[in-house]
Design a protein around this ligand. Structure first.
Ligand SMILES: Cc1cc2nc3c(=O)[nH]c(=O)nc-3n(C[C@H](O)[C@H](O)[C@H](O)COP(=O)(O)OP(=O)(O)OC[C@H]3O[C@@H](n4cnc5c(N)ncnc54)[C@H](O)[C@@H]3O)c2cc1C
Ligand code: FES
Ligand code: FES
Length: 475
């Protein structure tokens, strides 16, 4: 992607063409090159939401907007897209979202306010229900350092209450029309679909084996933004083949560029994993989930990657392609040592697949972190158990934060197969799990604490999965 190819997009209501470095983050582009300083710079790590913008694109014939962190968004991602900043949402007078913040005293120094207004605009554009809980959830990627959240929650609650009853049932064009009528969006939003359709570029299909692969960029742009500025990189989000979720025979295959948000809304995956939506709410925040991909989560090789822990318990396998050959590797064998993978530099992770659940299978995910939301795990764990009556027929258990790599608890699994469900079995499983791990003390807790956490998480799995058994019988 390096070079001087122009990046063409719509910035608020203007079509623009830029030949700046494709790896420059949109936050810097806005503030330094356009002098649009309404988008604020806070952490530059996706944590605070001060830099929030809306990114619009046409997907399957529909215009779709997402609130995203501009500090982690490369300029190249704007090609053929619509970028909306707080300046674009400002009118001659306060719009209803801004008015609610004013009425409820939800802005003190005001530094976080533009980001919050953008996130709540995203809420109006996307939400399928308009409860105050949902409005507050839309702010899960925004931090305020001085007002305190009570007034912000009041403003969000007021906005949920004020939402037009017809919004939830409206398709995108109608919804945009309603939001324009209510002065939440400026009227030029009505022109964007046609203008973006004219801008649409052919997808980049050619794959170069020497380019750095960038998926959502939520890890890369935190780790090495300077190195990416002029790097030759390839945007995986542009490849539709990598963004599919499908069933092939008795296997479910998830493309590497599928985002956490896509997983959350996939009927296919939700059918298998009914608690999925709630589990995934514990993964980062709304804006990060809309960019973070499955492949990025696996390849960044964090010992506490939430999706990786999931897929390990499902005994998943990954497909690696060097442009000529494809090979399949069991995920449990993919992690060799801390951040060391069974993967060559030129290999692309194409997809991850796992067996569709058989009758009697149940899955549970547990995560302990310092904060419930927008925090990585101290320890996380997933468990898949299949039973026939009282007997455990098959199992998969994984744990993160207890070893240099995301771990499959193979000895615990071997023990559980064929065992009868009982308090004795659960205690012995927790004991064996303890013998498989090697946690270290760090900022997320002491080694001893993490050991204890894992034991509790094993108990929690059984507690959640077998609620029909009394606690006394199992724990
Ligand atoms: C604020 C914040 C909160 C977060 N919270 C969580 C959390 O709660 N839980 C969690 O698990 N993670 C969390 N993360 C980490 C990160 O968002 C996830 O790991 C995410 O899934 C990474 O995916 P990505 O697409 O953004 O990866 P990228 O940053 O695009 O890539 C990560 C690495 O993988 C490589 N790569 C990506 N895709 C492929 C592919 N298909 N083939 C080969 N190589 C590839 C890239 O070259 C790079 O080395 C958080 C990050 C931030 C910034
Ligand atoms: S500057 Fe904090 S999330 Fe972007
Ligand atoms: S009002 Fe000051 S940071 Fe939120």
């Amino acid at each position: 992607m390096a070079g001087s190819k122009a990046i063409e997009f719509i910035l608020n209501d203007k079509t623009v063409s830029e030949t700046l470095p494709p790896g420059m983050v949109v936050l810097d582009y806005l503030r330094r090159h356009r002098r649009m300083t309404g988008t604020k710079e806070g952490c530059r790590e996706g944590d605070c939401g001060a830099c929030m913008v809306l990114l619009g694109r046409i997907e399957e014939g529909r215009l779709r907007y997402r609130a995203v962190n501009s500090c982690l968004l490369p300029l190249a991602e704007l090609d053929g897209r619509h970028l909306v900043t707080i300046e674009g949402l400002n009118g001659d007078s306060l719009n209803p979202i801004q008015q609610a913040f004013f009425d409820e005293n939800a802005s003190q120094c005001g530094f976080c306010t533009p980001g919050m207004i953008v996130s709540l605009t995203g809420f109006y554009l996307n939400s399928d229900t308009f409860t105050s809980q949902q409005a507050v959830a839309a702010l899960d990627g925004n931090i305020c350092r001085c007002t305190g959240y009570t007034s912000i929650k009041r403003a969000a609650g007021l906005l949920a209450k004020q939402a037009d009853n017809n919004l939830a049932e409206s398709d995108v064009p109608r919804r945009i029309q309603l939001l324009v009528e209510q002065k939440i969006l400026p009227s030029w939003f009505l022109t964007i679909f046609d203008r973006l359709s004219e801008l649409q570029k052919p997808l980049e299909k050619e794959r170069s084996t020497t380019s750095l692969l960038v998926a959502g960029g939520t890890d890369l742009f935190v780790q090495k933004p300077e190195a990416l500025l002029d790097a030759d990189f390839q945007l995986l989000t542009r490849d539709k083949n990598l963004a599919e979720i499908k069933v092939e025979g008795d296997l479910c295959r998830i493309g590497a560029a599928v985002t956490v948000e896509q997983l959350q809304s996939s009927p296919l995956v939700n059918d298998m994993l009914p608690d999925l939506r709630d589990d995934l709410r514990l993964v980062s925040s709304t804006p990060i989930r809309s960019r973070a991909t499955v492949g990025g989560n696996i390849v960044n090789a964090s010992p506490i990657g939430d999706l990786t822990i999931w897929f390990l318990a499902l005994d998943a396998a990954v497909a690696l392609n060097d442009g000529v050959n494809r090979r399949i590797v069991a995920l449990k064998d993919f992690f060799l040592d801390y951040k060391k993978l069974d993967k060559k530099d030129d290999e692309l992770l194409e997809w991850v697949q796992f067996a569709i659940f058989q009758k009697g299978s149940r899955f549970n995910f547990e995560k302990v972190s310092k904060r419930t939301h927008l925090d990585i795990a101290s320890v996380n764990s997933a468990m898949l158990l299949r039973r026939d009556g009282d007997v455990i027929v098959d199992a998969g258990i994984s744990a993160g934060g207890v070893a240099p790599i995301p771990l499959t608890l193979s000895k615990t699994v071997d023990f559980l197969r064929g065992e009868k469900l009982s308090a004795q079995t659960v205690k012995k499983a927790a004991h064996i799990a303890q013998s498989e791990i090697s946690p270290i003390s760090d900022v997320r807790g002491s080694a001893q604490y993490k050991r204890l956490l894992l034991r509790q998480l094993i108990f929690a799995h059984f507690d959640v999965l077998f609620r029909e058994y009394s606690k006394e019988a199992l724990l």
